[in-house]
Design a protein around this ligand. Structure first.
Ligand code: PLP
Length: 463
């Protein structure tokens, strides 16, 4: 364990706990304290500095608040590994695989091009619309577009009100708007222990502390959420109730209610990422239907049509709407009305429903094929999901598996991409079955993965 060299001065105007936190900060900056180093226990440091244990507890809490250290349950306090925290996740485009990429969670190609061509043609022939689309609009977008969006989303089981709706350039942008509007440096965001990697880069950018909550097959574990709320007093819980990325879990209705009531108890707002919510034919109600004043609901058309459109939406609690609108305005004034207009055309012509139906069919087919090949290695598949979560047998080291697959021309995503800073990496990979160009390519990729898995398996799975 590290021995800290520190000096406490009674003549210093700063409180003692602040002096300690400041010195921790300086020693990290000077490289005297290294990432992942364990700090002395509260008692040991209190004895060394001749202060009370309570003062050290406050000092460590202050350092944790500043994102310098983290308390690991049952293990002590450690220097945060910033490099890991803000690291590996980059929005780089996967290098072109030789054979097959299972890297991106994106919809398969099922005729989107033709529908887009048609919709653009319809828009281009309406000079009334074009005039409107080429002018500045209110940051929240054109009212008739919001009305069409709200009706379409209501038809798909979401309680959306056009007067609480804002358009964004996708869910990633939506999360950024929420952080811009409502967070300060050092705020804590709770999320599932394995989570969407886009959150890492946004948190780094805003200097927020991400903390993981334990999960089971049903998503976030209520007791763990309760304890984390108590301990961290987070600004938000960010959560993916339906088809969680990467574990694929879908929260039951009961679990959703429990999560909401814990957040209510601790007065924590919820960011509901519903990017995958429209993919299953049936799923429990989104959180926003259960508590529209606590839940900021984010969605987009990246998964149910195409990610390149970059159109998403936020449904905001009433009290937060105008601040979110301002954030959007500061950011880019508004989403291009051309894009919201295009989506409206896809909605009104039923093309969006048509494509969503075809995506569901294609994913059902692909998932059956994938499970037939990989069944012993995939404990569970959730209807509608674009991805499988494959737990590697003990015989494989995670990095070896990824590299071997890559050498054979197949890209999969490592669990590392989804693991929170200082979190333990599960030996698992995400396989996105929407990503391969067609079923044949997918099957070639899967049989390579199967070959790799079997080459090192003593096989005593429950079949
Ligand atoms: C859980 C989750 N949220 C958000 C996004 C980003 O969505 P968008 O393309 O709408 O920004 C993704 C993309 O894969 C995702 O998996």
């Amino acid at each position: 364990m590290t021995i800290l060299e520190m000096k406490i001065s009674k003549n210093d105007s700063r409180a003692i706990y602040k002096q300690i936190a400041d010195q921790l900060s300086a020693q990290i900056d000077d490289g005297l304290l290294k990432p992942n180093e364990k700090l002395p226990t509260h008692r040991a440091l209190a004895d060394q500095l001749k202060v009370t244990v309570g003062t050290i507890t406050r000092a460590y809490a202050e350092a944790e608040h500043r994102g310098l250290v983290e308390a690991r349950v049952g293990a002590g306090t450690y220097i945060v590994d910033k490099k890991k925290e803000y690291w590996e996740f980059q929005y780089s485009i996967d290098e072109q695989p030789k054979l097959c990429s299972f890297g991106y969670n994106m919809p398969p190609s099922v005729g989107q091009n033709d529908k887009i061509k048609k919709a653009m043609q319809v828009l281009s022939e309406s000079s009334l619309s074009l005039n409107e689309f080429l002018a500045y609009q209110q940051p929240e977008g054109i009212e008739s577009h919001r009305k069409i969006f709200a009706q379409w989303l209501q038809k798909h089981g979401r309680n959306i009100d056009k007067d609480r709706l804002l358009f964004t350039s996708g869910v990633q942008h939506g999360i950024q708007m929420v952080f811009d509007a409502f967070t300060n440096v050092g705020d804590t965001i709770l999320t599932e222990k394995l989570t969407y990697p886009g959150l890492f880069s946004l948190s780094r950018h805003k200097k927020l502390n991400l903390r993981g909550v334990e999960i089971d097959e049903d998503g976030i574990i209520p007791e763990s959420l309760d304890a984390a709320c108590q301990h961290y007093q987070p600004r938000f819980l960010y959560v993916m109730p339906t088809l969680q990325n990467p574990t694929t879990s879908v929260m039951s209705e009961l679990r959703r209610k429990e999560v909401i009531s814990i957040c209510e108890k601790h007065n924590v707002l919820i960011i509901e990422d519903d990017v995958n919510g429209l993919l299953p034919d049936h799923s429990p109600q989104p959180l926003v239907n259960l508590d529209s004043e606590r839940v900021i609901h984010l969605g987009s058309f990246s998964k149910c049509f195409a990610p390149g459109l970059r159109v998403g939406y936020i449904q905001s609690p009433k009290a937060l709407y105008s601040r979110l609108k301002m954030a959007l305005k500061d950011h880019s004034w508004m989403l291009s009305p051309l894009l919201s207009g295009l989506i409206c055309e896809l909605m009104c012509s039923k093309s969006l429903d048509h494509i969503l139906g075809k995506i569901r069919c294609e994913i059902t087919q692909r998932s059956q094929m994938a499970l037939n090949v990989l069944r012993p290695f995939i404990p569970k598949y959730q209807e509608g999901g674009f991805h499988l979560w494959l737990a590697l047998p003990d015989t494989w080291r995670l990095s070896d598996f990824i590299n071997e697959a890559k050498q054979r021309g197949v890209i999969v995503k490592s669990a590392e991409n989804f693991t929170l800073p200082a979190g333990k990496v599960t030996p698992a990979v995400r396989i996105s079955i929407g990503c391969p160009r067609n079923r044949e390519q997918m099957m070639r990729g899967l049989s390579i993965l199967k070959g790799l898995l079997e080459s090192k398996t003593t096989c005593d799975f429950d079949l």
